[in-house]
Design a protein around this ligand. Structure first.
Ligand code: AMP
Length: 187
């Protein structure tokens, strides 16, 4: 089973994705974590993407598409995975759809975490004080929210046609939201 967790930055995708992956025994694929570890390790890819990341801009598809392909081809993701942080653009969605279709698979559920913009900003500012992420500056936060609306939110309409989008209110305790996710996917 392949489940995509979709939502604006700060909506809780990482937290809920981790809980869901552990509960269902599926690997979680997180492009943001892969990018952060490449930057930390100072790999050529990490150096190439740092300027986009720090400004809160999307890393170009020319870099991300190869990463997504490699991750979906991982042996442990053969029968399913939780996708966190991608697809984020139409080209990424096409790649995911095509790769799964070639394997007679598909995205089974898309969980859309719904959180108001005021709350997103509040959470990202709070996280900046704790984690010190280089893209939690006020300018990068504002870019990330705008880019989500411009490039990623249109994917909702793309997938809505297939009837696989489930909206989950992303406000409340972590446990309550996890419980609601369990209810909507029925397992
Ligand atoms: P996230 O941790 O998902 O909020 O991602 C943090 C940053 O990593 C984003 O602002 C982008 O710079 C980059 N990033 C993560 N996933 C993607 C993706 N699928 N496509 C492009 N850039 C990404």
């Amino acid at each position: 089973m392949f489940i995509l967790i979709l939502g604006a930055p700060g909506s809780g995708k990482g937290t809920q994705g981790k809980i869901l992956a552990e509960r269902l025994g599926l690997p979680k694929i997180t492009t943001g974590d892969l990018i952060r570890s490449a930057m930390q390790d100072g790999t050529p890819l990490g150096l190439e993407v740092k300027k986009y990341y720090d400004e809160g801009k999307l890393v170009p598809d020319s870099v991300i598409l190869g990463m997504i392909k490699d991750e979906l081809d991982r042996p442990d993701a053969k029968d399913g995975a939780i996708l966190d942080g991608f697809p984020r653009t139409a080209a990424q969605a096409e790649l995911v759809d095509r790769t799964l279709a070639q394997r007679q698979q598909r995205l089974n559920h898309i969980l859309l975490l719904d959180v108001t913009e005021d709350e997103l900003v509040r959470r990202m500012r709070a996280r900046a004080r704790v984690e010190g992420r280089s893209d939690d500056t006020p300018e990068a936060i504002s870019n990330r929210l705008q880019i989500y609306q411009r490039d990623t939110a249109p994917l909702i309409a793309h997938y809505a046609q297939r009837g696989i989008i489930k909206r989950v209110p992303g406000i409340g305790t972590v446990d309550a939201i996890a419980g609601e996710i369990k209810r909507v996917i029925g397992r």
